[in-house]
Design a protein around this ligand. Sequence first.
Ligand code: ADP
Length: 544
Amino acid sequence: MELPHSILIVDDNKTYLVGLKHIFSLMPVVIDTALSGFEAIKLAKANAYSLILLDIQMPEMDGFETLRQLRLLPWHEFTPIILISAVYTEDLDKIKGIQTGAVDFIPKPVNPDILRAKVKVFLDLEENRYKLNALVKELKVKNRLLTEEIDKGLQIAKELEIARAKAEKASEYKSQLLVNMSHEIRTPVNSILGFADLITNPAVATKDKEKYLQYVTNSSQNLLFLIDEILEHSRLEAGELKITITPVDIMGLCSELLDSFDNIKLKTGKDKILLNLEIDTSKPLIHLNTDSQRLRQILSNLINNAFKYTSSGFVNFGFVQNETEIEFFVKDSGIGVAPEDLDEIFNRFKRAEHNPDLMESGAGLGLSISKNLVELLGGKIWVNSTIGEGSEFRFTLPLNEFNSKNDTQSSIVQIDSSLDFDWSSHTILIVEDEELNYLFLREGLRLTGISILWARKSQDSIDLVKAHPEIDLVLMDIQMPDFDGYQATRMIKLIRPNLPVLVQTACAMAEEKIKSVREGCQEFITKPINRLLLLKTMSKYLIH
Ligand code: ADP
C-alpha cells in the first residue's frame, strides 16, 4: 500500500462508527464517517474514496440503496464497497449485496483482524487499478504519438513516391524527346544533304535543280519549325513563358493568317485545298485583349495541322463571339481522329495512328503547346472529329471588362514588304565567322548599295573599327572563334561609344536577348535572319 488512501465508513450507530474507525487507527489511511446514506452520498460526491464500508440496516435509505446510488457517481463506479450487517447475513442477502455492486460482505460483530486484512487486500487492488489506469492513459498517449509518427511516415512516403514518379516522368520525357528529335531532325537533314548534293551535280538539269532547291528550303523550314517547337515547349515546361496582353484586332489577325496560309499552301503542294475564313459579320467586330503573338501561334498550329492531315477538300477557320468569350475554330475535311485518340492527342509526343497514304512528319508537340497556351490565356481547347470525314478544333478566349468595343489600338505590326533603301553613303561592319552567313547578309543588303566590311574574328572587328571611322553600324555575331561578341562589343564601345551594335545570333533564348541589352547592344536579331526585318531594324539607325 503506497498511496495515501481514504476510507469512508457509513453506519447510523455512532458508537459502532467510532469502533470501526478505531480498527484502522494504526493504518496509514484517512477516515471519513457518515451517519446516514444521504450523508454518505454527499461526501462521496466531493471525495474520491479508495474504499467504502457500508452498514446495510439504516433508517430512510438502507445500505443497498446507498450502494446503488454510490455506483452512479463516475469516480465511484469501481471503488471497492464492503457491506457490513448484523441482520442481513443469509446467503440471499450476500448475493443481493454482490449483485448491487459490493465487493464483499462482513457480518457484525466485526472481527478487527479480518476486516483490516480484507481492507488491506482491497486497498492494494485499488492501488493496482489506479496504477493500471495511469499506465493505460500513458499508453494511449504513446499510441497517439506513434499513430502520428506513422501518419507522418506515410505522408513522407507518399511525397517521396510523387517525387519519384515526377523524376521518372522527367527522365521518360527526356528519353522520348531524344528519340523523337533524332528521328524528326534526321528526316529534314537527310533531305537537305541529299538534294544539296544533287544541286551540285553538273549532270542534273537546271529545272530539276530549282525543284530541289525548293525541297531544301522546305526541309530547312521544317527543321527551324521543329527547333522553335522544342524551345517553346521547354519554356512552357519550365513555366518561363510570359504573356503580354494588348488589344488585338482579331479580324486583322485572321486576314493576315488567311494570306499567309494561301501562300504556304501553294508552296507545299496543297493548293487544291480551299482555305476559307468564316466570320459572323452581323456582330460588331471587337478588339480582344489577349497576347496577339500567342493567339497567332495557336491558330497557326491548328491551321498547319489541318493542312498536314488533309489531302483534299477544305480548311475553314474563324471565330464566333458571345457575351463572355470568343470561340475560335479550325475545321478540315481531312483524315480525322479516332475516338480513342481524341483526348490523347493534346498530350506531348502523342500522335494518332495515321493513314499510311498521308504519312506526315511531326514531333507531336504542336497540340500540347497549343493547349498550354490556350490555358495560359484563360481559355479551353477541344476537338470534335470523325475518322475519314474531318476534324474541328475549337478553343475559347475570355472576354473581360477590358475587351470593350472602344479599344481601337491594334498591336499587329506589319512589315512593309516593299522596303526600298538607298544606303550607298553608309558603311557597315559585319562580324561573322561563318562565310555562308556573311554571304547571306551581303546578298540581302546588296540592293541598298551599302558598303560592307567583314571581320571573321572578334579581334579583327576591333581593329577595323579603329581603322574605319566611316563605319555607321555593326552587325555582331556572338559565338566567335577567338572571344565572344559581347567582349568585342565592350571594346568597340570604348573606341566609339555611340556606334550602334546589332546582335545577330542563332541563340534565340530570352535570356540571351536580356544579356545583349545589358552588354550595350542596341538590337537583337535571331538567325535565320528575315531580310525584311533586318532592313527595318537597320533603318532605325541609318538615314536613307
Ligand atoms: P504533330 O502534328 O507534330 O504530330 P500535334 O501535337 O500537332 O503533333 O498533333 C498530335 C497528333 O494529333 C497528330 O500526330 C495527329 O495524329 C493528330 N492531329 C492533329 N491535328 C489533326 C487534324 N487536323 N486532323 C487529324 N489529326 C490531327
